[in-house]
Design a protein around this ligand. Structure first.
Ligand code: LMR
Length: 323
């Protein structure tokens, strides 16, 4: 390589390794492939994007380290996984019932508050490029979780977020942080009793094989920030970077346009599997879950500044006191 003629060296494509932990047929998996396609086509092969799904290359914690070390260039971790990086403000997205729907969520992720949060990653050698949607989480277990009291004493797998820990404790469950790639086996062997995830992950990871009930609690949001190694991204030739920024913009629109339907389809597929019962909640039952989780808002101020929470409430019109 060192002694190759300049012309050959110039022909080597710039490689972007994009590692993620979910299946290719999820909102994130499909958007990663979409970005690859646009990036490769529009740079006419000057950029090669290698997508590694399903924790093939790295698991949750390792992938963040790998990005900072430059072993991979692009990731899209769940917003619940930025706490261990020292960016605990992102845990605001984990607050129970904070977004009633995608429209309210987009006021934050596609607005100035979301952009401000991404800027906080700069000091970690990371550039935040975009937010990609997944969806709203359901709770699952081998028993029917109709009321929050049904979760009492259950070991529930969570992502590495202190606010998710508070949320599980608020309903009397025992939170257990596990990498996403370990969840299926942990459910199968009884290391944990249940979990929470949007249906798209629940279905594609086949959790329905090892959980008898999925309750449509829709109690919190799970989505992503697409992040890159900052020195790498800033070192790209200007024309390439411009093309990739545009490809990212379009991939974000793509991700956010498929997420809702993906989750609806996945719910239907879980139902059709015949292995896991999907439980709908009545308005009164839903209210009981909301009430049980309300104390998290006071506790969460240890992680997310009150002023930031207030800014979010103002932008979305949400008021936890009215839960
Ligand atoms: C999880 O660990 O449950 C999720 O963050 C997985 C993902 O990336 O959607």
């Amino acid at each position: 390589m060192l002694f190759a003629p300049a012309i050959l060296r110039a022909q080597q494509p710039i490689v972007i390794k994009f590692s993620h932990v979910v299946a290719p047929n999820t909102p994130k998996g499909a958007a990663a492939e979409h970005f690859k396609k646009l990036a490769e086509e529009r740079t006419q092969g000057r950029v090669k994007v290698e997508v590694y799904p399903n924790s093939q290359l790295y698991k949750d914690k390792e992938e963040l380290e790998a990005l900072q070390l430059g072993s991979v260039q692009m990731l899209a971790p769940s917003l619940a996984k930025f706490g261990p990086l020292g960016a605990k403000e992102f845990e605001l997205f984990d607050l129970p019932y904070i977004f009633g729907n995608y429209e309210e969520l987009h006021k934050i992720t596609q607005g100035p508050i979301g952009q401000g949060l991404l800027k906080k990653l700069d000091s970690k050698g990371i550039l935040g490029l975009a937010y990609w949607d997944n969806g709203f989480k359901d709770m699952s277990a081998n028993k029917a979780l109709r009321s929050p009291a049904d979760a009492k004493g259950l070991k529930m797998r969570i992502q590495s977020s202190k606010i998710l820990e508070m949320q599980m404790r608020a309903i009397g469950a025992i939170p257990q942080v596990l990498a996403f790639s370990e969840v299926y086996q942990a459910l199968q062997t009884g290391v944990v009793d249940g979990t929470e995830n949007p249906p798209s992950n629940f279905y594609t990871q086949k959790f329905f094989e090892v959980q008898k009930f999925m309750t449509q609690t829709q109690h919190g949001y799970l989505g992503y920030a697409v992040i890159v190694n900052k020195p790498f991204w800033e070192g790209l030739p200007a024309d390439i970077r411009k093309t990739l920024d545009q490809a990212m913009k379009e991939s974000t629109e793509f991700a956010n346009s498929v997420a809702r339907k993906d989750n609806e389809d996945a719910t239907e597929a879980v139902r059709k599997s015949g292995k896991c019962q999907v439980l709908a909640l009545t308005p009164a039952e839903r209210l009981a879950w909301k009430k049980a989780m309300t104390p998290v808002y006071a506790e969460a101020q240890a992680r997310v500044p009150k002023a930031l929470m207030d800014e979010v409430f103002k932008a979305t019109g949400f008021d936890p006191a009215k839960l």
